[in-house]
Write a protein that binds this ligand. Structure first.
Ligand code: IPE
Ligand code: IPE
Ligand code: MG
Length: 245
């Protein structure tokens, strides 16, 4: 359910999920190699997460690499791994200073061992921190996540419930995303948080991710704030619930 916080009359989402799409096209339209787009995107990602934190958001989940992306040309994948090798430690230091927990959601076994080490180190150094949660989806696929969860339940010989299943997902411990943003013009989920996004408000931006600024994020939050979330109920029921609170 929504656990939104009100700030200056604006409802702030507790959890924002972002499909950071458009890095490659951003670079290619500038006659630059795709990797330049990923580098710009990395800096933009840090800026937007810090901004979310400042606005009172409690959790951000960023889609950085899908299981399907792993089939991209080797050179691009290696470039992305190098970004993690060279810049993830600095990202972790920065968020640890904000008392943020960093978690990697996805199948770490699909990543090279040195990349995995960098990620596990950030997780370990921040596991006790509670002010904010940053979930980084890497080698992540929503279907694979669900299959894994079901298999875990089968191994335990347990029947799953809706709540039980969400506890077996990588995102256990944080509420479902209130707002899900996709940049880069496409209007699809591309296998992101399939179970968790059941009632997320969706927001699509035509901007390529490296061009998506804190101001654009504010517009998305404003739009979110103006939406009516009914969760299947009628407007009358929602009004009554508000009065009873
Ligand atoms: C998203 O940008 C980041 C990753 C998938 C790693 P893309 O690389 O998909 O950029 P476009 O969609 O090709 O522009
Ligand atoms: C989704 O973008 C994955 C990430 C942003 C990490 P893609 O670029 O892989 O999505 P499709 O292929 O256009 O659906
Ligand atoms: Mg793309």
């Amino acid at each position: 359910m929504a656990h939104s916080k009100i700030s200056e009359g604006i409802k702030i989402p507790e959890h924002i999920a972002v499909i950071m799409d458009g890095n490659g096209r951003w670079a290619q339209s500038r006659m630059m190699p795709r990797m330049m787009g990923h580098k710009q995107g990395f800096s933009r990602m840090i800026e937007l997460i810090e901004y979310s934190f400042k606005r009172g958001v409690k959790c951000v989940t960023v889609y950085a690499l899908s299981t399907e992306n792993l089939k991209r040309p080797k050179e691009e994948i290696e470039g992305l791994f190098n970004l993690i090798r060279t810049r993830f430690g600095e990202l972790a230091d920065r968020f640890i200073k904000h008392n943020s927990r960093i978690r990697v959601v996805g199948d770490l076994s699909l990543l090279p061992s040195d990349v995995r080490e960098v990620l596990l180190d950030a997780e370990k150094r921040s596991e006790h921190l509670t002010e904010f949660t940053l979930n980084v989806a890497l080698a992540y696929g929503g279907r694979a996540e669900l299959v894994r969860a079901v298999n875990l339940a089968v191994e335990k010989g347990e029947k799953v419930t809706e709540e039980g299943l969400s506890k077996l997902l990588y995102t256990d411990g944080v509420p479902d995303p209130d707002l899900l943003i996709r940049t880069g013009k496409e209007k699809r989920l591309s296998n992101f948080l399939l179970y968790q996004s059941a009632y997320s408000e969706l927001y699509f931006s035509d901007k390529m991710f490296p061009d998506f600024t804190a101001k654009d994020l504010d517009l998305a939050i404003e739009e979110y704030s103006s939406r009516v979330r009914r969760f299947g109920k009628t407007d009358e029921q929602k009004t009554q619930e508000k009065q009873e609170r």
